[in-house]
Design a protein around this ligand. Structure first.
Ligand SMILES: Nc1ncnc2c1ncn2[C@@H]1O[C@H](COP(=O)(O)OP(=O)(O)OP(=O)(O)O)[C@@H](O)[C@H]1O
Ligand SMILES: [Mg+2]
Length: 502
C-alpha cells in the first residue's frame, strides 16, 4: 500500500444550530486502504463523510486531493474527483433494469445513430458485475434483487464512473451474515484494485475484520487514528470511543414468569409465514432469531395489526385481538418498535417530544388538552435515560443522527407503558455504550412484569438477553431453544435448516 495519503481533510469544522458536529477534525486516506470511522451516536461520522461526498459544506478547514486544495461544493464535484457514496437508501430506480440503473445519466456513451444500444449497455454492465465476482443479470428489474444485490449494483455503478474512493455509511445494517461476508470479499477486491474505502459501522467485529486503519471521533473531535487494527484490544478502542471503561455485558436478571400475556395460534399469511404458534408470559423475554428474510418482522407486524393475515388467532391479555388495527393494539397495551425507524417509527418533521408521546397522548393530557409540562417532564426523563444527544427535546427528529433517531423509537415504546413490547432489531445502528444501557432497560422492564419479544439478527444479543429463543426459517418456526441450551451453533443450525452450516 502507498503510505502517503492522497486525500487529506484538515481542521474541518461544521456547526448546526445548537451543535458543533465537527471541531477541527483531521482525516486522511491512502490509496487502496479501508479506513474505518468509529464513534458513538452523534459523534459526527456521517457529517464528516457528507462533507466528503459534497452533500454538506464545511464551515472551515481545507480538503486536499493529491496536494491540491479542492472545493467540494456539490455531489457532482465530488463525483468528478472520484468520490462515490453508497447510502443506506440507495439512489436507484426500482422499476428500471440493473443495466439502466448503472448507466443512468450516462447513456450517451451507448448511443448509436440516435438510439441507445441496449445490448452494449448490458454487456458493459455485465463486465463490471463480473469484475466484482457476482452473478446478477443486467437485464432484470432492480426491484427483484435483494438489498445486498442492490448494494453491489450501487458499487458497480460507482466503479463504472471511475470511483477512486467509495464511502459506505453502515453498509451492513440490513444484510445477513452471509451477505456481509460477500460484501467483505467485494471490499477486498476493490482494495486490491487500488480503490480506497471509507467505512462506518458500529459493529466492532467488522472493523477488526476489514479495516486497515481506524479514526475515532468523540463529540465532534478526532480522538486518534490507529495505524492498524491488529493487536489492539477491543476494550481500548471502546474506551477511546466513549471516554470511559465499559462493562461488556449486562448480566441476565432472573425474573418470575407470570401469567400468559400473548398466545398465537395457527397464524398464516400466504407468501409470508405459515403455522406460527407460540406463547409469551409476563416477565419473559422471548427472542426471535433467523436469517434476514425468514419472516420474523412480518409475523410481528401481523401481531401488532400493522399488516393483515389470512388465518389464525391472536390472544392478548386474555382477549382475542382484532385483525389489522394497530391503534386498538396500542390501547390494549401492545407496542411494536419497528426496525425501519425512518419510515415506520417516527414522524421526522415533528420534534422529539411529540414523537415520543404520540402513542399514548392520554398519559400527558389533562381532560381537554396536552399538558406541555407533563410532556416535557416525561420526555426529558427518557431522553436522559437513553442518552439522546440533542440540545433540546424540541428539536425535529429529522436533524438527529441515525442512532439517536433509533433511541427516539425506543423512548416511544418505553413511554407507552405497554404490557407487551416487541423490539425489532433494537440496537441496529446503536453505539456500544448505549447498547449496554438498552439491555439494562429491557432487563428492568421485564422485572416489572412486562412481556418482551426481541427480534434480532445479532446472535450474541439474543443469546445474552432472552429466556427462550424461537428460530425462524422460510416463514415457519424451525425450532425453539431454552436458555442454557441455546448456543450460537444450535441457533445457526436451525436457521439454515437440515445439514446446518456447510
Ligand atoms: N442537518 C442537521 N441539522 C442539525 N443537526 C444535525 C444535522 N445533521 C447532524 N446533526 C447533528 O450533528 C451531530 C453529529 O451527527 P452525525 O449524523 O454526524 O452523527 P453520527 O456519528 O453519524 O451518529 P450515528 O452513529 O448515530 O449515525 C449530532 O448531534 C446531530 O444531531
Ligand atoms: Mg450516522
Amino acid at each position: 500500500m502507498d503510505q502517503a495519503p492522497f486525500l487529506t481533510m484538515s481542521n474541518i469544522c461544521k456547526s448546526f444550530p445548537g451543535v458543533q458536529a465537527l471541531k477541527n477534525v483531521d482525516f486522511d486516506l491512502r490509496k487502496g486502504e479501508v479506513h474505518c470511522i468509529l464513534g458513538e451516536n452523534g459523534a459526527g461520522k456521517s457529517t464528516l463523510i457528507k462533507i466528503l461526498s459534497g452533500a454538506l459544506r464545511e464551515d472551515s478547514g481545507v480538503i486536499r486531493v493529491d496536494g491540491k486544495a479542492v472545493t467540494l461544493d456539490s455531489p457532482a464535484r465530488a463525483h468528478e474527483l472520484g468520490f462515490s457514496t453508497i447510502y443506506q437508501e440507495f439512489n436507484l430506480c426500482p422499476n428500471l433494469s440493473v443495466a439502466a440503473n448503472m448507466f443512468l445519466g450516462e447513456e450517451k456513451q451507448f448511443k448509436n445513430k440516435g438510439l441507445i444500444d441496449k445490448a452494449k449497455m448490458r454487456s458493459k454492465a455485465k463486465e463490471y458485475l463480473t469484475k466484482l465476482g457476482v452473478e446478477i443479470s443486467p437485464s432484470v428489474r432492480l426491484s427483484s434483487l435483494t438489498v445486498a444485490q442492490q448494494q453491489v449494483v450501487e458499487i458497480s455503478k460507482a466503479l463504472s464512473r471511475g470511483a477512486k474512493v467509495i464511502i459506505m455509511d453502515e453498509p451492513t445494517a440490513s444484510l445477513s451474515g452471509e451477505e456481509v461476508e460477500r460484501l467483505f470479499e467485494t471490499i477486498c477486491l476493490l482494495r486490491e484494485n487500488g480503490v480506497s474505502i471509507v467505512y462506518i459501522s458500529h459493529r466492532l467485529d467488522e472493523i477488526f475484520e476489514i479495516g486497515d486503519r481506524i479514526t475515532i471521533l468523540r463529540d465532534g473531535t478526532k480522538v486518534k487514528t490507529l495505524e492498524s487494527t491488529k493487536e489492539i484490544p477491543r476494550e481500548e478502542i471502546v474506551a477511546l470511543m466513549v471516554g470511559r471503561k465499559l462493562e461488556d455485558w449486562i448480566p441476565k436478571i432472573k425474573t418470575e414468569k407470570g401469567k400468559e400475556i400473548l398466545k398465537i395460534t395457527d397464524l398464516n399469511s400466504e407468501g409470508k409465514f405459515y403455522d406460527i404458534n407460540f406463547t409469551l408470559y409476563e416477565g419473559e423475554i422471548l427472542g426471535f432469531s433467523g436469517l434476514v428474510g425468514s419472516g420474523r418482522t412480518e409475523v410481528m407486524r401481523a401481531i401488532f395489526g400493522a399488516d393483515p393475515y389470512d388465518k389464525g388467532t391472536i390472544w392478548f391479555d386474555g382477549k382475542e385481538m382484532e385483525k389489522n388495527n394497530p391503534s386498538k393494539a396500542i390501547k390494549a397495551g401492545m407496542y411494536l418498535l419497528p426496525e425501519n425507524r425512518k419510515d415506520q417509527g417516527l414522524i421526522l418533521l415533528l420534534p422529539i417530544s411529540q414523537n415520543v408521546t404520540l402513542p399514548r397522548l392520554s398519559l400527558v393530557s389533562n381532560i381537554f388538552k396536552i399538558s406541555k409540562g407533563k410532556e416535557r417532564e416525561a420526555v426529558e426523563h427518557y431522553s436522559k435515560e437513553l442518552n439522546i444527544k440533542t440540545p433540546t427535546i424540541r428539536r425535529l427528529v429529522k436533524f438527529l443522527s441515525g442512532g439517536n433517531q433509533q433511541k427516539c423509537v425506543l423512548a416511544k415504546g418505553l413511554f407507552s407503558r405497554s404490557k407487551l413490547l416487541i423490539f425489532d432489531e433494537p440496537t441496529r445502528g446503536i453505539d456500544v455504550g448505549t447498547k449496554a444501557e438498552i439491555y439494562d432497560l429491557i432487563n428492568s422492564l421485564v422485572v416489572e412484569g412486562i412481556g418482551i419479544i426481541v427480534v434480532s439478527s445479532e446472535l450474541p444479543e439474543i443469546l445474552g438477553l432472552c429466556d427462550r429463543i424461537i428460530v425462524m426459517k422460510d416463514g415457519t418456526i424451525a425450532g425453539e431453544l431454552e436458555r442454557g441450551h441455546a448456543t450460537q451453533e444450535a441457533a445457526m443450525a436451525l436457521a439454515l435448516g437440515e445439514g446446518g452450516i456447510n
